[in-house]
Design a protein around this ligand. Structure first.
Ligand code: IPE
Ligand code: IPE
Ligand code: MG
Length: 258
């Protein structure tokens, strides 16, 4: 890749999350139907998963289907579910070979029976893999995730397992769908939109956001590297001053209350 600065292996994002958007527009621009865009989008999923694995990214979360997406035309939903099944079926051998652990977050009970079966099979089969975690947000909504967490929490409070007085962020986060995964460091959205669309609202509190006009079917290895190069140029401050964030002792000597 001509001219792209090399990646700093010490500053790789541990968790990259991607809102894969723009399949429909990519297809329409070419006079194809939306399904052709989703099909080409699956090729991007393959490419990005491979590249993320090769780069040593520990967790990759892909927003594949939102709860709101259930309201799309039936035919489109059906073809998306078919592509999901096909992808998992076809990729499972390579996923196993790469020691990738598949996870799924969302209201999976709403998936059609065959899709649920294929997803559960992938989850079970890869459960003991110790390499990259590949999480799919499927039938996922972040507000619903927070409501589901609150519901479980209230049940536990009722059962006396948790004292409301002691509720803190860490305890709350333990009730989310995949509490063992770290928060995303880098959130990528393709397809020329600058919105979050109900994705990981709790977890992206301090994520670095990268938007690109590239439509998902054209987002491949090179574009992933570009996003990470951009991420590595940022200074993450987490509310501190620039000096504090750099670990400059002169900047950190008058620390306020935590
Ligand atoms: C993303 O592409 C795929 C899903 C949301 C399932 P879209 O289908 O949203 O494509 P656009 O935004 O209409 O171009
Ligand atoms: C977000 O894309 C959901 C996924 C990528 C699965 P959408 O296309 O559904 O989002 P909006 O409608 O543009 O906000
Ligand atoms: Mg879209």
């Amino acid at each position: 890749m001509a001219g792209a600065p090399p990646l700093d292996p010490d500053r790789m994002p541990a968790h990259v999350a991607i809102i894969m958007d723009g399949n429909g527009r990519w297809a329409q621009e070419r006079g194809l139907d939306r399904t052709a865009g989703h099909r080409e989008g699956v090729e991007s999923v393959r490419a990005v998963v491979r590249k993320a694995h090769d780069l040593g990214i520990k967790t990759l979360t892909l927003y594949a289907f939102s709860l709101e997406n259930w309201n799309r035309p039936k035919g489109e939903v059906r073809s998306l579910m078919g592509l999901l099944e096909e992808y998992l079926d076809k990729e499972l051998p390579e996923i196993m070979e790469k020691n990738v652990r598949v996870r799924a977050i969302g209201r999976l009970d709403r998936l059609p029976r065959t899709a649920r079966f294929v997803v559960n099979h992938a989850l079970k089969k890869t459960a003991n893999n110790t390499g990259m975690t590949l999480a799919f947000a499927l039938s996922y909504g972040a507000r619903q995730e927070i409501v589901d967490a609150a519901q479980k929490l209230m049940r536990d409070a009722e059962a006396g397992k948790i004292d409301p007085e002691n509720l803190d962020e860490k305890t709350f986060a333990a009730y989310l769908y995949a509490p063992d995964l770290p928060d995303p460091d880098l959130l990528i959205r393709t397809g020329n939109e600058s919105r979050v669309s109900n994705f990981l609202l709790w977890q992206i509190a301090y994520a670095e956001i990268f938007n690109t006009p590239v439509m998902w079917p054209e987002f491949r290895e090179e574009q992933l590297v570009d996003a990470i190069v951009d991420y590595q140029s940022r200074e993450r401050r987490f509310g501190l001053t620039g000096e504090q964030a750099k670990g400059d002792p002169n900047g950190a000597d008058e620390q306020g209350e935590s």
